[in-house]
Write a protein that binds this ligand. Structure first.
Ligand SMILES: Nc1nc2c(c(=O)[nH]1)N[C@H]1C(S)=C(S)[C@@H](COP(=O)(O)O)O[C@H]1N2
Ligand SMILES: [Mo]
Length: 407
């Protein structure tokens, strides 16, 4: 192999590596021929700085899940935030030239905003908002539903900063017949075909106009990372994550339910009346998922923990209930025969998750399971068993369980 060809191979390897790492490979020119940089095989370095215990469910597109014990913080750190992509992450994201177009048959005008205009013309707000993938818990369904087999970790609660969608929509003007707002992002279909839509969902106008529905440019006080929608995304707390459009560049105000990609069929829709597991569901028996159901996680200790006999154990976790508040959380050490009430905090703002803690003691050495069950403000509790089967494998909010050994 000629010298120039070798130099080319090395430099393209270094370029690939630098892109994956998001930083320069210092001294890269010294890398001996045939030595493979370690980082190429280390997902914690190349997967956008994610914690090394996050689980890669797929890399085409990228879908990465968080184990429950890494969701212990009141505000989920960026390193622990799950990734759910339907297509390719857009390349060349530039905040300076980014624009958001608002149009649609029920908008009074068509307006284009630069990111700077959004930041300066409207008042910014910051809220802690729960974002949970509609398919969180999908692994539990039988027969299995196709799609990412999320366990319980496709959920987060981050501090989002942006302007209210309501303020921006009102500056454009809404017609009386406006019923829905749909989003379009800049991600590209896996095939690479720019004409193929990836995902374009939305929310009814009432949800769009809520105080907490944001056009966000910051996450936990920093720029939104590229994989999570830099430089602008929609954040709609309490509803399936799929309505929080990333790489947001266009919104349409609709006079009917938005008919974008993944608004129909078995996408983010569940049967209205229960169906036989595995059966085909008639189109008129579907509703679009809106507010997510009540759910909780045990974030401490980690499942499988070994604890010394005779000690109290301080359990903790979070609970959330879509648009509603959580009213109480109970824990059981005896497979659900008896329950004890946990302490439950109020959310820091509407649509944030709530911290719960419970001090428990175990009667003797042996194996136990801790089960946690949350109940929402309308008295609806998490089920112990997998809830109604649906073809897309959505809304499995059954109780989280962990294993404990007392020695
Ligand atoms: N443009 C765009 N927005 C998107 C998606 C996507 O694939 N493309 N995935 C959605 C889904 S299904 C979820 S659950 C959330 C996940 O957000 P995160 O990856 O920042 O955690 O983003 C939503 N917004
Ligand atoms: Mo999702």
């Amino acid at each position: 192999m000629g010298n120039s060809r070798r130099t080319f191979l090395k430099s393209s390897l270094l370029t690939t590596l630098a892109t994956a790492l998001g930083t320069e490979v210092v001294f890269g020119e010294n890398l001996p021929e045939g030595v493979r940089p370690l980082a190429l095989d280390d997902p914690t370095l190349t997967t956008w700085g994610k914690h090394r215990e996050l689980m890669v469910l797929s890399d085409r597109p990228w879908n990465v899940e968080t184990p429950p014990h890494l969701l212990d913080d009141d505000v989920t750190p960026a390193s622990n935030l799950f990734i759910r992509n339907n297509g390719r992450i857009p390349e060349k994201l530039d905040a300076k030239t980014w624009s958001l177009t608002i149009e649609g048959e029920s908008a009074r005008a068509r307006k284009v905003f630069s990111l700077d205009e959004l930041k300066t013309r409207f008042k910014p707000y910051t809220y802690n908002l729960v974002m949970e993938c509609g398919g969180n818990g999908r692994y539990g369904f039988n027969p299995p539903a196709s799609g990412n087999q999320w366990k319980e970790g496709a959920v987060s609660c981050l501090r989002w900063t942006g302007v209210r969608l309501r303020d921006v929509l009102q500056s454009v003007g809404l017609k009386d017949d406006a019923v829905y707002v749909g989003y379009y992002g800049k991600d590209v279909h896996l095939s690479g075909d720019p004409t193929k839509p990836v995902i374009s969902r939305g929310v009814p106008i009432k949800k769009a106009l809520e105080d907490e529905t944001l056009l966000a440019w910051a996450m936990n006080g920093a720029d939104i990372p590229p994989v999570h929608g830099f430089p602008l995304r929609l954040v709609v707390g309490g509803w399936p994550g799929s309505v929080s459009g990333k790489w947001l560049h266009r919104l349409v105000v609709r006079n009917k339910v938005h008919d974008g990609e993944k608004m129909d069929g078995t996408h983010y829709r569940v049967p209205i009346r229960p169906v036989e597991p595995g059966s085909k569901v008639a189109d008129d028996n579907f509703r679009i998922i809106e507010s997510m159901p009540v759910r909780s996680l045990i974030t401490f200790p980690t499942s499988g923990a070994t604890i010394e006999e005779g000690k109290f154990l301080e359990l903790r976790g979070h609970a959330w209930a879509g648009d509603l508040e959580v009213a109480n959380v109970d824990v059981s050490l005896d497979f659900g025969a008896t329950w004890q009430a946990a302490q439950l905090k109020k959310p820091v703002n509407r649509l944030a998750w709530q911290r719960w803690t419970a001090r428990v003691s175990f009667p003797q050495k042996g194996y136990y399971e801790v089960w946690a069950k949350a109940t929402d403000a309308q008295g609806v509790s998490q089920p112990m068993v997998i809830p109604a089967w649906n073809p897309g494998g959505y809304l499995n909010n059954s109780c989280h369980r962990i294993a404990i050994k007392i020695v």
